[in-house]
Design a binder for this molecule. Sequence first.
Ligand code: COA
Length: 432
Amino acid sequence: MTLKEALETKIDDWRPRTTRLLKEFGDVKVSDVSISQAIGGARGVRCLVTDISYLDPNEGIRFRGHTIPETLAMLPKVPGKEMPFVEGHIYLLLTGQVPTEDDVADLVEDLKRRRGVPGYVFDMLRAMPLDTHPMTLFSAGILAMQRESAYVEAYNEGLGKMDHWQPTLEDALNLWARLPELGAFIYRLKYKGDTPIAPDPDLDLGGDFAHMMGIDDPYDDVARLYFILHSDHESGNVSAHAGHLVASALSDVYYATSAMIDGLAGPLHGLANQEVLRWIQGVMDKMGGVVPTEEKMKEFVWDTLNSGQVVPGFGHAVLRKTDPRYAEQRNFCLKHLPDDPIFKYVDVLYKVVPPILEEQGKAKNPWPNVDAQSGVIQWHYGLQEYDFYTVLFGIGRSLGVLSNIVWDRALGYPIERPKSLTTAMLEEIAGV
Ligand SMILES: CC(C)(COP(=O)(O)OP(=O)(O)OC[C@H]1O[C@@H](n2cnc3c(N)ncnc32)[C@H](O)[C@@H]1OP(=O)(O)O)[C@@H](O)C(=O)NCCC(=O)NCCS
């Protein structure tokens, strides 16, 4: 069964569930909203629906019901490699089914056929100033490809609502096939003197990305791990929500992905992984490159807090324990780069930061998040231009965001439009 056929079956099974909930139970309450939630970024308001992943505050993310270690163990592996095919993860996110080796092989071939970023995108990027942030180049490159949208074409021809998911899936598959090339092109344009490396038709998505970046093995496995770990984190985080919101206006996935990349570019969200590296470099400079004692590191952390900055890589809006995405990358570091000096810094931070954040008493979660560890691995394998790290996050995050949008269309979710109140109205509700 092809991916599309498997998905169609799932969608047919799923639709009556959504319809029944809406028709028979539409008035059942799922959440109340307090004033602190209305002012405070809707934290904890339960008003989004997704079946692609679920984030438990203590346990961390589950993709289609599976924890990260389960996901990595059960997806078909690239022969001779430690990590699974990213394509298999796409199959899992979209259908909820663990793919067979044949399912994955079909999808790998399908995505290979869809490769090829149009030349005009490269021309446009080359015309932009070289000091433009890679996330801006990435977002602009995606937006420039909007004219390729199969969804827009079908929509303009009068596509029925029940079929909206089909050309959306086309667009998503095309974009997934092209984002690694676009990302690698930006890297080599900006940091390697405009020396792009052509895709290799024999390689899977993760392997081809490493090849186009010009970084040797085991960076291919790093890429696979990284894309899978960053793929989805429910739909309320800024990037996923931005993508979902824009797509809810029936904007195509090129618009939606460009918007989600813009949200990911914020330092409180995806950009934190670049911030972690920048911050650690600052510590290293101060310490003369020597791994500091815990006492010295504590001083540096307090200096950061006392100057009004956040400690990047720690804390989370939902999680209340160490992020399993951090833990998985830590395992990778312990296995492949235990003596890396930056890893040693990160390890000392793991020991000293949580008690300090607890003592300070502000952060609800003192534990490390995904970004505390990811830059270390990139740095170790030679990707030291940390401005680029969030592009990697963006390629990964597109897997979940676009899977969600395909399902949004399949289930006919409407345009999103929460209601606003004025401050005076809140005061009236509060009785002040
Ligand atoms: C992720 C993050 C944005 C979540 O924000 P949040 O949901 O508002 O977090 P909290 O409810 O715990 O915040 C309460 C307070 O603790 C502070 N806090 C949270 N994490 C902190 C950190 N790592 N360092 C210092 N202070 C922190 C917040 O800034 C806030 O302070 P304020 O009341 O003065 O505004 C926040 O933890 C943060 O800024 N972390 C550092 C950046 C980062 O790693 N981002 C990547 C996330 S995957």
